[in-house]
Design a protein around this ligand. Structure first.
Ligand code: 13P
Length: 288
């Protein structure tokens, strides 16, 4: 069931668990994530970066595929189709294409400009029934060409953006996209606590979910995180399973080269990763 992310995140915040956002790249990714969410009766958010949207030939293709797949697979759990780290123009494209949720990442603008653009997009998104995520303080590392310095957000700026009426707020707390470096100092729970105190019931978003130790994930959820984004980890599991298949020479046995066989171990590996995350985030059974 395609819906905005508003209700599922309000419930998550009140119930002290988090909904996973898993980024999609193609049909196999989408199918694996939707089937796992349905099996576990978990709400889910499908994230689409601008780069992934381009790769899949455009946001219209993505929206048509997700809507049709949701129907053909008889998915009953709430599913939000969400733009990840959207530009101002990208947000309008996704609204037009039929996404149910958008993220406007104005973190690289001066705060006044971030606020003005976010406010405009909140009004447009809400008038059409979409949910919207904003960002304050950048997430470190690189997400599909979007590079962030990784500074911690200012809690007062977070409050100013939360007050615009956004449905979820991504705030930098030392998190990084991609693999974490050996010398990573960990999440700044002091910053998260201060943001949570200023923003109250606002569902907070933790980007860079790949590689964050379990105890830190649990503590972040305790401190008000209700949405956790995972991208790289599904890519790593897919790649490892595909490598194993090819290195074992299975593509050379019989019809092992058939794409439906060649891509199956990778698709199963994505399912296993998504399951593990949903269990850790506490969203299993929350769509029942
Ligand atoms: P990872 O690739 O580190 O899991 O981050 C995903 C993300 O935050 C998408 O916005």
């Amino acid at each position: 069931m395609l819906v905005s992310a508003t209700e599922m995140l309000k419930k998550a915040k009140a119930g002290h668990y988090a909904v996973g956002q898993f980024n999609i790249n193609n049909l196999e990714w989408t199918k694996s994530i939707l089937l796992t969410a349905e099996e576990l009766k978990s709400p889910v958010i499908l994230g689409v970066s601008e780069g992934a949207g381009k790769y899949m030939t455009g946001f219209k293709t993505v929206a048509a595929m997700v809507k049709a797949m949701d129907e053909e697979l008889n998915i009953t759990v709430p599913v939000a189709l969400h733009l990840d780290h959207g530009s101002y123009e990208g947000c309008y494209k996704c609204i037009k294409a039929g996404f149910t949720s958008i993220m406007f990442d104005g973190s690289h603008y001066p705060i006044e400009e971030n606020i003005a653009k976010t406010q405009e997009l909140v009004n447009v998104a809400h008038a059409l029934g979409l949910s919207i995520e904003a960002e304050v303080g950048s997430i470190g590392g690189e997400e599909d060409g979007v590079i962030g310095r990784g500074e911690c957000a200012d809690p007062d700026e977070c409050k100013a953006v939360a007050d615009l009426g956004v449905d979820m707020l991504a705030a930098g707390i030392g998190n990084i996209h991609g693999k974490y470096p050996e010398n990573w100092e960990g999440l700044s729970f002091e910053t998260l606590d201060a943001i949570q105190q200023k923003t109250g019931i606002m569902p907070l978003v933790l980007h860079g979910g790949t590689g964050i130790p379990e105890d830190m994930i649990k503590k972040a959820i305790d401190l008000g995180v209700s949405k956790i984004n995972v991208n790289t980890e599904c890519q790593l599991s897919f790649a490892a399973a595909t490598r194993e298949y090819v290195e074992a020479g299975k593509d050379l046995e019989g019809k092992g080269f058939d794409p439906r066989k060649l891509l199956a171990p990778g698709a199963d590996a994505i399912k296993a990763t998504v399951k593990e995350k949903m269990e850790l985030f506490g969203s299993v059974g929350k769509a029942e």
